[in-house]
Design a protein around this ligand. Structure first.
Ligand code: NAD
Length: 335
């Protein structure tokens, strides 16, 4: 019987708790206090109920799974678990403090994973006494339905840790893809590069964004275009990732100032209303096919760089884009 400890009972913590419980594992959920941990347990149960309503899960399995998830008052109550998955907010100082505490509380053989979207696994591991047992397990949202998990090895992560994390992802019903640590990992790096290219191209020419999105979705493997995707992800989240990637890799992640003014105005896409895609009917100007071509060229170039740098194997990059971004075919498949 595997006992999984989850630290951070927010959006991802609740989803991962549900996934682990459906896989037959026992789950202990910790947050900053008991009330928040209980809130996460309740949300994990609701995730199961919604999947039952949609016909994705049978009611008995969901009920059994929900019984295996319980809240605990603090990280200190995770002493007996086999695995810890940390899903606290994306803040290096906060995550560092949390990993120090986890490291002190759990036994030396416990696998410790971080669900960071982009912080350095190496830096987090270095803050602990056992950097070799820390690994990145990057789940995608919603983790209950998204099959991809990027398994990120930091500089000090032991081979055995990667193997255990890979086996854990498989036991959770996911498809693990091995990624050597780099800013953005695979899926976010490819998508955000393609989006930045499209935003830059659109900033310099009259472009109807709805029509450009349609050209991307109809003319290639991506399920939606960059403007609709930005509004779906949330422009504040996207801008934070993009700015980090521009700092790491330079001008190819420049978006020509497309996102910052919208974020400053609180127009964050679907969650607030307002964003990249305007209301009303599309009025193509004729330049949209260029934007779509630039989007795919950007994705392909970034995917090639990932392969050349040895971040992931070419087939794994394609697999990650299919399972993590919903592409019908990976960017390297035809290259
Ligand atoms: P969230 O804000 O929904 O949840 C974070 C939870 O951590 C909250 O419940 C909060 O109370 C708790 N927390 C804060 N400080 C804590 C502490 N000291 N000890 C214990 N718990 C504490 O965040 P989220 O969207 O679930 O993201 C969590 C992590 O997952 C981040 O690193 C994020 O980058 C990553 N991630 C998010 C998504 C996504 O789409 N939301 C996708 C992939 C990865």
């Amino acid at each position: 019987m595997t006992i999984v400890g989850i630290v951070g009972a927010g959006t991802m913590g609740a989803e991962i708790a549900h996934v682990a419980s459906v896989a037959g594992m026992h789950v202990r959920v910790a947050d900053a206090d008991m009330a928040r941990a209980e809130g996460g347990v309740a949300r994990a149960r609701v995730i199961g109920e919604k999947r039952v309503e949609r016909g994705r899960l049978d009611a008995a399995t969901a009920a059994d799974a929900a019984r295996r998830v319980r809240a605990v008052g603090a990280i200190d109550d995770l002493a007996g678990v086999d695995v810890v998955i940390e899903a606290v907010p994306e803040d290096l100082a906060l995550k560092t403090a949390v990993h120090r505490r986890i490291d002190e509380v759990v036994g030396p053989d416990v696998l410790v994973a971080t669900n960071t979207s982009g912080l350095s696994v190496t830096a987090l591991g270095d803050a602990t006494a056992r950097p070799s047992r820390l690994v990145g397990l990057h789940f995608f949202n919603p983790a209950s339905t998204m099959r991809l998990v990027e398994v990120i090895a930091g500089a000090a992560t032991a081979e055995d840790t990667v193997a255990r994390a890979t086996a854990l992802a498989e036991a959770l019903g996911k498809t693990p893809v091995r990624v050597r640590e780099c800013p953005g990992f695979v899926v976010n790096r490819v998508l955000v590069r393609a989006m930045a290219e499209a935003f830059r191209a659109a900033a310099g020419a009259p472009v109807d964004r709805r029509a450009a999105d349609a050209m991307v979705a109809d003319g290639g493997p991506a399920p939606m275009g960059p403007f609709a995707l930005g509004d779906l992800v949330g422009l504040d989240v996207l801008e934070s990732i993009r700015a980090d990637l521009e700092a790491a890799y330079g001008d190819r992640f420049d978006d020509a100032g497309t996102l910052a003014p919208l974020v400053a105005a609180g127009r964050l896409g679907r969650k607030t209303g307002g964003g990249l895609v305007p209301d009303g009917d599309a009025r193509p100007t004729g330049t949209e096919p260029v934007v779509a071509a630039i989007y795919y060229a950007g994705a392909m170039d970034e995917a090639r760089r990932l392969a050349d740098e040895g971040v992931a194997a070419p087939d794994d990059i394609d697999l990650a884009m299919r399972l993590g971004a919903g592409w019908s075919e990976g960017p390297l498949a035809s290259g």
